[in-house]
Design a protein around this ligand. Structure first.
Ligand code: ATP
Ligand code: MG
Length: 412
């Protein structure tokens, strides 16, 4: 029978890849906790409306990328393509809309039906944070600075650049939108089909087009800055001032608009040139309207998500866990004693291993192969005397040690 393969765009994480993945998630979890974020886990499957309501019907995610199916009860279910909508849904479902602000961290798998390529998968993983219930520019700056702290802790901050922009408030966007539509309409015939379709529904998205011709046209498009209301301008300036105080370097890029429709005010991306076309490692912004879409009260919020796979490609190798101690029974009669030694070592927090079978020679070979630091050899005569031979596998030195003292002697 031919062997079954993983689904296209999905991957098994084994060995070094798994270690890197875990390192990214655990580092992020640790830093986010330092910054006062608490971890939430929302379900991987949600009512499809959680995403259709929140992501907007012109977003690529909703129109082309969602894994949506009908379950056996006839409900429309979607595998979450991102976690912000789920967090907002959870805030409302759990009656937390009056207990604000909530600072949330999450990590987990997301699903998007995209063309798989380097750094782009159909099941991928994100870490992310959301600060829900804070309208202050300080919340935007803190979320971004926390993201940068995570990149720093991962050792990848040097290779990334923070690009920030503002999408203003509703009023700023309405006037800017008209100016943008007027500009883009003059070039309508040359725009890509996607951008033409977006021209009147969501012209900001055209700024973010990956099409070469679109990009050339958009290069001369008006920026939002002259259209900002006083309130929006004050927010934008304060975010930049706080970022400087947090010590986070950034570059203003008026073309950052984000793929999803629910953003306002701050939008940002941490980008790198070390991952080819998939250069965005962390992205987010302010999304003040989203909780309301989920049936909650108007609630300001800001957050970001980062792809674990992309971050894992940037971090250096993550070493395997500390080398274990190999416990080696000589002869079948020694096996029970060896199991007890193994248990005592593990209970003392010492990483210890025992092969399931084999002669002394085979077991020593295996101990070397798994990189064990020491071998605890239990032969018949020594056992009778209550001792074991401990061999340091780095120096080859061997010593008789009372069995009861093994944990203390092998602790590092
Ligand atoms: P892109 O422009 O690369 O498609 P996006 O705007 O769709 O990204 P977001 O929805 O903002 O991405 O997701 C945040 C982060 O999640 C991205 O910056 C990236 O690191 C990661 N990410 C998004 N989609 C994928 C994917 N299909 N495979 C791997 N990582 C992904
Ligand atoms: Mg995308």
């Amino acid at each position: 029978m031919n062997a079954l393969q993983p689904i296209r765009g999905t991957r098994d994480l084994i060995g070094e890849e798994m270690r890197r993945h875990r390192h990214v998630a655990e580092t992020a979890r640790r830093i986010a906790e330092l910054w006062g974020f608490e971890e939430w886990q929302t379900p991987v499957i949600e009512d499809t409306r959680v995403f259709t309501r929140s992501l907007g019907d012109t977003s690529d995610v909703v129109t082309k990328e969602m894994y949506t199916f009908e379950d056996r009860g006839g409900e429309s279910i979607t595998l979450r393509p991102e976690n912000t909508a789920g967090v907002c849904r959870a805030l409302v479902s759990n009656g937390l809309t009056q207990s604000l602000p909530q600072k949330v961290f999450y990590a987990g798998p997301m699903f998007r039906y995209e063309r798989p390529q380097k750094g782009r998968y159909r099941q991928f993983h994100q870490i992310g944070i959301e600060t829900v219930g804070a309208a202050e520019p300080l919340a935007d700056a803190e979320a971004i600075a926390c993201g940068q702290a995570i990149l720093k802790a991962l050792g990848v901050a040097e290779g990334t650049t923070l690009e920030i922009n503002t999408l203003g408030d509703r009023e700023s966007r309405t006037t800017y939108r008209s100016a943008l539509i007027a500009f883009l309409s003059a070039h309508e015939a040359k725009l890509s089909a996607d951008s033409r379709a977006r021209l009147h529904r969501n012209p900001l998205r055209v700024l973010d087009s990956k099409d070469e011709t679109d990009r050339a046209i958009v290069a001369d498009a008006p920026d939002i800055f002259p259209y900002l209301t006083d309130t929006a301008r004050a927010h934008w300036e304060t975010v930049q001032r706080h970022l400087a105080t947090f010590g986070v370097p950034f570059r203003v890029n008026p073309r950052i608009v984000r793929g999803l429709d629910y953003y306002s005010h701050t939008a940002f991306e941490f980008v790198t040139d070390r991952l080819g076309a998939q250069g965005t490692v962390m992205a987010g912004g302010r999304y003040d309207g989203l909780v309301e879409e989920m049936g909650g009260p108007p609630t300001p919020a800001v957050g970001w998500a980062a792809g674990i796979e992309r971050l894992a490609m940037l971090t250096g190798a993550v070493p395997p866990p500390a080398p274990p101690v190999a416990v080696i029974p000589v002869g079948e009669a020694a096996e029970e004693a060896a199991i007890r030694v193994l248990t005592a070592l593990r209970e003392a927090g010492i990483r210890a291993e025992m092969a399931f079978r084999g002669t002394l020679k085979r077991r020593m070979e295996r101990a070397n192969r798994i990189g064990a630091r020491a071998a605890v050899i239990l032969g018949d005569s020594e056992r009778a005397a209550g001792i074991a031979q401990v061999k340091d596998l780095a120096t080859g030195e061997q010593q008789a040690v009372p069995i009861a003292e093994l944990p203390a002697r092998l602790r590092r």
